[in-house]
Ligand binder design. Structure first.
Ligand code: ATP
Ligand code: MG
Ligand code: MG
Ligand code: MG
Length: 507
């Protein structure tokens, strides 16, 4: 039996498209065109937002695909845990099936259970399902219907578990489509009942599939409004499914990652192999850094081949610079490592996402350019820092050599010589140097200047709301920018509503 990741992806699509009559819709690019409520596409349902909101008529009543997703920034930000566990990446593929008025809860649960237990042959004794237990604040009652569905399907009573809004009320972002959900979790190790450990962050008992019943819209004022229809929206973590089916306890031990980890090892002299270890205190350990670099290289490959330009995207640029930094400091490769990794990744993922094959040249050009920019900034930062720290030993704690942007920010601050880092200054550091809260905190401690992180958060929120208007990008103005990239974006225009000459997702 073929359990390669490619075969698993294919089997999922075959099941829904050939056996259950769904239409295939390509993965959208990870760029959330015209939708300022998310920084990257974070779930398969993003491209169908207009349909859920009742603003668009669906082309097909049931569709399925595998969608490129990125969870950096916003409500579903996973950047900070990447590397420390084996099942959260910044980039992952979400396998999904949708029903826009065709089937409902019952069939959605049946399909998922059938696929996992009969097609992929996972024993029910290793599966758990969860359902929404109700929430007073949301004003939504317990989802007893779904509980009953799972019982009818034959799931053991003590493996059907209720959870609250945090786990079983899914939302796309701070606003937008949302709804109650039911999830399937897999115990990767034990067969005895471990119900009490579901949703507790165990690395060997993980969530794989989320079946959402989108029936509400979270509005800008924070309130929830019922939508005219409740549609089925499901998403299964492809890398998690692969690791379960390949009998591994971490996504990094599967063929979605092993070729990247091997390449890092082969390309770097005298660096020990990836050994797959996790530990509570191993943030700086080699294995963790292997995972971070492999993850980041995948995210970068996807972003660049989808036409995101680092110059215009701080989040992507930070991930890029972190990767250059790891290549140099940990893997002792001054140049070119990231490019080698991306080459392999484009090759590997290109089968499923042809745009990745097509845009290889552009990806390489941007990588060369960004690496050059990074090297220049870094050289300058090192020189500057030597001068700065020579007469201030306290600043050593900043480990400034690690971050050129910290040096630049430091120089800005000392020019003004302020009494505190107030929210205005903090915002400026964020905006011009891309410093996050943590880096600003570090600076404030080293310089002995008070800093209130809460105020910065408030300021950022404010700025986001303000820029919302401005960021309703004109789709047609964007196209020339992307003209070197494949025109995949044209295919997705139908997901947007035309408003004058602007394509938007209406709120
Ligand atoms: P978790 O609780 O593990 O963070 P989630 O509830 O945030 O997952 P969903 O928003 O429900 O995830 O997304 C649907 C599926 O996508 C999940 O069941 C999981 O299999 C997968 N998934 C979510 N986040 C990631 C990630 N960062 N890396 C890999 N797979 C992910
Ligand atoms: Mg999550
Ligand atoms: Mg979850
Ligand atoms: Mg979930």
């Amino acid at each position: 039996k073929d359990v390669s990741s490619k075969a698993i992806r294919r089997r999922f699509l075959e099941y829904f498209i050939e056996e259950k009559g769904h239409n295939f819709v390509r993965s959208s690019p990870v760029v959330p065109f015209c939708d300022p409520t998310v920084s990257f596409v974070n779930a398969g349902m993003n491209q169908f937002k207009g349909i859920f909101l009742g603003k668009q008529v669906p082309q097909f009543a049931k569709v399925a695909n595998s969608q490129k997703c990125i969870r950096v920034g916003g409500k579903h930000n996973d950047l900070n845990v990447v590397g420390s566990d084996g099942y959260h990446q910044t980039f992952f593929e979400m396998l999904g099936n949708w029903s826009f008025g065709d089937y409902s809860k019952n069939t959605a649960c049946l399909y998922a259970w059938d696929l996992l237990t009969n097609v992929f042959k996972l024993p029910p004794s290793r599966l758990y399902v969860t359902y929404f237990e109700g929430d007073n604040k949301l004003g939504i009652p317990e989802d007893t219907e779904t509980k009953e569905i799972w019982r009818m399907i034959g799931v053991q009573e003590d493996r059907i578990l209720p959870f609250g809004a945090k786990d079983n009320f899914w939302e796309m972002g701070l606003t937008g489509p949302c709804g109650t959900c039911t999830e399937i979790h897999i115990d990767n190790r034990e067969t005895r009942n471990r119900s009490e450990f579901v949703n507790k962050g165990l690395h060997d008992l993980i969530e794989v599939w989320n079946i959402v019943f989108i029936g509400y819209n979270r509005q800008t004022d924070g309130s929830i409004a019922a939508l005219p229809n409740t549609y089925v929206d499901t998403g299964m973590g492809f890398e998690r499914l692969t690791s379960v089916l390949q009998g591994k306890i971490s996504n990094y031990d599967t063929d979605n990652f092993s070729y990247i980890l091997n390449r890092i090892h082969k390309s770097c002299n005298n660096i020990p192999e990836y050994s797959g270890k996790f530990g509570e205190t191993d943030w700086d350990s080699l294995d963790t850094n292997y995972r971070i670099l492999a993850d980041h290289a995948r995210m970068i490959s996807v972003c660049l081949s989808d036409g995101i330009i680092p110059e215009q995207n701080q989040k992507l640029r930070r991930v890029l610079r972190k990767s250059f930094l790891l290549s140099e400091n940990v893997f002792l490769r001054e140049r070119g490592l990231l490019k080698e990794l991306c080459k392999d990744i484009l090759e590997n993922l290109g089968d499923a996402y042809p745009e990745m094959h097509k845009n290889e040249n552009q990806v390489n050009q941007i990588l060369d350019y960004e690496e050059e920019v990074y090297r220049n900034i870094r050289e300058k930062a090192i020189k500057d820092w030597k001068v700065i720290s020579a007469n201030n030993p306290k600043l050593e704690s900043l480990e400034i050599l690690e971050s050129p942007s910290l040096v630049a920010a430091y120089k800005d601050i000392t020019l003004i010589n302020p009494k505190e880092i107030d929210s205005k200054l903090a915002f400026k550091l964020y905006d011009t140097h891309g410093l996050d809260e943590e880096s600003i905190e570090k600076l404030s401690v080293a310089l002995n200047l008070p800093f209130n992180a809460k105020q910065l958060e408030y300021k950022l929120q404010e700025a986001k709301t303000r820029s919302k208007e401005g960021s309703l990008l004109k789709f047609d103005n964007l196209l020339p920018l992307l003209s070197n990239f494949s025109k995949t974006n044209d295919d997705f225009k139908y997901n947007y509503v035309k408003n004058g000459d602007t394509y938007i997702f209406p709120d």
